[in-house]
Design a protein around this ligand. Structure first.
Ligand SMILES: Cc1cc2nc3c(=O)[nH]c(=O)nc-3n(C[C@H](O)[C@H](O)[C@H](O)COP(=O)(O)OP(=O)(O)OC[C@H]3O[C@@H](n4cnc5c(N)ncnc54)[C@H](O)[C@@H]3O)c2cc1C
Length: 386
């Protein structure tokens, strides 16, 4: 596969080739930025996000009235794919939050929040998980009590693993507004300004050295009723919409990135002058199979989105296929690529470490299998069969 043999080739149903050419021309005039000395990864990605937005390359499938380009999901996927193929630093990971706002926020909130989110003027984080509520998100204990007088909320609780909260302006926060009611009716979403009195952000260091994770403490935080997203009790549906968009391989440029890494492995093996390590050829073969399955699946899912299907429980299949392809690929890369890339501190080693998290973020692989069993196959739950 060459750099130009992109995995998601849909022909040219809606000017996609012109869009790719437009992006390539823009990239030729705007060389990929380098990370500056002392610049945190999140700050670097934010700078890149703003540069992309200045060229019109963020939010292609978001309506123009909310700051996007009013094109289709396929245009967004094509841009992400092309960016991955040119080894861009990353595709801004905001599509899933934008979709949640598009579906649940009021017209006024969409107009106020979305253009700034797309432009990178406001950075957003996702405040869902808690120390006792990750897979069992419904068990969250962060609580929003509504005041009797003007209807504002007072929020208390703790969030955990909130990615890049320390760089964020807003948190899409979930809190329980009814203590006793079942989860699907008692959780409410808010757009919380992170600098609000009573919010404390404490960053945690991850194994790859990044400062992605944060704890978020909420002590008597006042949130206005106008900052609620959707109706009271809509939070569970909003959360499921968000994670369903998050669990896909399409908007992230990952497919091109995997394709390029596979090609790198192939070239390394072909140029190898010593005896190949045991089992390495079949390991790479398996990576090719994983990759091809993922690409075929992604093509089908893109076609479904074009036909107007919104993200649902099928995205658990996307997430599992993506996790398997990514983890096997990086495990194999560690055995094949030169030391300077895969030793501690090497770029591929850093990516390998992050690939380990793929089976956890956005919901663990076990949870994806549970969703497939229950929601797609409609199997009875384990407790009913035991
Ligand atoms: C890189 C990264 C970024 C993240 N970013 C964010 C973020 O920005 N915002 C946010 O809110 N969260 C974020 N998370 C948190 C993530 O959503 C949770 O880690 C994930 O949902 C798992 O929850 P947990 O860590 O509490 O594990 P637990 O839920 O405690 O699970 C522990 C283990 O038990 C298994 N398990 C639990 N329940 C079941 C079950 N019913 N059946 C079978 N197995 C089960 C799990 O699969 C897992 O192996 C991030 C996580 C990572 C790794």
């Amino acid at each position: 596969m060459s750099d130009h043999d992109l995995p998601l080739d849909f022909g040219d149903p809606a000017g996609l080739e012109a869009l790719r050419a437009e992006l390539r021309a823009w990239l030729a005039d705007h060389p990929l930025p380098e990370r500056r000395a002392g610049e945190a990864p999140a700050e670097f990605l934010h700078r890149w996000h703003r540069l992309l937005h200045s060229g019109g390359w963020v939010g292609l499938d978001v309506p123009e009235e909310y700051g996007g380009r009013g094109l289709t999901a396929l245009h967004q996927v094509t841009v992400s794919d092309e960016l991955g193929a040119c080894r861009a630093p990353g595709v801004p990971r905001i599509g899933y939050l934008a979709h949640a706002l598009l579906e649940f926020a009021s017209q006024g909130q969409r107009t106020r929040l979305l253009p700034r989110m797309l432009a990178g003027d406001d950075v957003w984080c996702q405040g869902f998980s808690e120390p006792g509520a990750g897979s069992d998100l419904a068990g969250m204990s962060t609580h929003a009590r509504r005041s009797e007088d003007d209807g504002h909320y007072i929020v208390n609780g703790q969030k955990l693993w909130t990615s890049y909260a320390q760089y964020s302006d807003y948190c899409l926060l979930l809190a329980r507004t009814e203590r006793e009611a079942p989860a699907h009716a008692s959780i409410t979403a808010f757009a919380l300004p992170v600098d609000r009195a009573g919010v404390t952000v404490r960053p945690l260091k991850a194994a790859n050295g990044d400062d992605e994770f944060c704890e978020l403490f909420l002590d008597d935080v006042r949130i206005e009723a106008s900052e609620r997203i959707g109706a009271e009790g809509d939070g569970w549906r909003l959360a499921m919409t968000t994670v369903n968009y998050e669990r896909n391989a399409l908007d992230t440029g990952h497919l091109s990135k995997y394709g390029l890494l596979l090609e790198h492995l192939r070239q390394e093996l072909r140029g190898c002058r010593t005896e190949l390590p045991d089992g390495i050829v079949s390991a790479v073969g398996q990576c090719v199979v994983d990759y091809q399955v993922l690409v075929a699946h992604a093509r089908r899912r893109t076609a479904e989105r074009l036909a107007g299907q919104t993200a649902g429980p099928e995205s658990s299949v996307d997430k599992l296929l993506m996790t398997r392809a990514e983890q096997r690929l990086y495990e194999t890369a560690l055995r094949v690529l030169p030391d300077e890339l895969v030793r501690d501190g090497g770029t591929v080693y850093g990516e390998y470490l992050y690939s380990r998290a793929a089976s956890v973020y956005g919901g663990t692989s076990q949870i994806q299998r549970n969703i497939i069993a229950k929601r797609l196959l409609r199997l009875p739950s384990a407790s009913r069969t035991s």
